[in-house]
Design a protein around this ligand. Structure first.
Ligand SMILES: [Zn+2]
Length: 327
């Protein structure tokens, strides 16, 4: 078993590209439907390992992952909790196990399957928020804060704009607004299409697509809209306020709200990723012999894990190939 600096895993004569373009890999694992992880999914020459919701969200023909069997290698795709369909890859070969987390979140959410943690010999761990300064509040508490921001401003007759990543975060915001505020928000076409896939996989979301008759009707009064993150700011609020002659309140939802200011009234630290403590919790449960860190904060997370007695090092920045021990 061998892992190179481009996150290609070689195992039993196979090469599995982990969320990469798979230029060398004959098999590609696509952990979830965010564009930075999905480069390989439309490549018809590669064999793709991905969940059914990920294929559906990518808008490509579904290929049953179970068709891919590797001689002598046991493959499991475990929920990673990051968004609908997000999976970790766990492989077992020659009585050794290797797990790649993909993007990970342990806390339970309204719209993603709960993450599963299994013991593993080798762990390739994402470290987006792999810094002790990142500690997110309890998810239920953030839900409450978002719901009260929306309800208060909406009930006062104002327009409310919420911004979040169009895949995953927007659907979670819609679920919050549906369930806790009893409001059907107006959404962009892209967000609406993703919601249809969520509904197909059992996560029911109520939305009105912008441009539809229903949305036009809702916009005759004050309304709530959920939009891609980068579109929501004070500039848009001023424009809409003039056009609709109402006050407009804006908010975004992102883990980076802990450390970054955004041009909106409120920024809620609602993240699709594990914070530092959740990453530690994952490692404690998975009990790996060795950890490789990837996807941001690799150096710091490796350092923090090493301080706590784990054998940890950055994966992607390593110039040499990382040879996993073969017993
Ligand atoms: Zn992601």
């Amino acid at each position: 078993m061998q892992l190179d600096d481009q996150l290609n895993l070689e195992i039993a004569g196979y090469r599995i590209a982990l969320d990469s373009s798979g230029s060398l890999g004959n098999i590609c694992f696509v952990s979830h439907a965010h564009s930075d992880h999905m480069r390989a999914i439309r490549n018809k020459e590669r064999r793709i390992l991905a969940s059914k919701p990920t294929f559906a969200l990518a808008g490509v023909d579904e290929i049953d992952a179970r068709e891919i069997a590797l001689d002598g290698v046991k493959i499991d795709m475990l929920p990673s909790g990051h968004m609908l369909g997000a999976r970790q890859l766990r492989v077992e070969w020659d009585s050794q196990s290797f797990t790649y987390t993909g993007d990970l979140k342990l806390s339970e959410s309204l719209t993603a399957e709960r993450a599963q943690v299994r013991e593993t010999d080798y762990l390739l761990l994402e470290g987006t928020f792999g810094n002790p300064r990142y500690k997110f509040p309890d998810r239920a508490e953030i839900y409450e804060r978002i719901a009260s921001f929306v309800s208060k401003n909406y009930n006062d007759g104002h327009i409310v704009l919420l911004g979040g990543y169009a895949l995953g975060k927007a659907q979670e915001l819609i679920a919050i607004v549906n369930r806790f505020c009893g409001i059907k928000p107006i959404v962009s076409e892209k967000i609406h299409k993703a919601c249809e896939v969520y509904s197909r996989f059992g996560v029911r979301l109520e939305t009105a697509c912008v441009g539809s008759e229903e949305a036009e009707e809702l916009m005759r009064s004050n309304f709530v809209a959920i939009m891609p993150f980068h579109q929501v700011n004070f500039e848009l609020a001023v424009k809409l306020s003039k056009a609709y002659r109402r006050s407009v309140y804006t908010a975004v939802a992102t883990g980076w709200a802990l450390t970054t200011r955004f041009p909106v009234d409120e920024a809620f630290p609602l993240s699709d990723h594990a914070d530092f403590e959740e990453l530690l919790e994952y490692v404690e449960l998975a009990r790996p012999k060795r950890i490789y860190c990837c996807h941001g904060n690799e150096e710091l997370l490796s350092h923090e894990l090493s301080k706590r007695g784990y054998d940890a090092q950055p994966a992607a920045k390593s110039e040499i190939q990382l040879h996993l021990e073969v017993r």
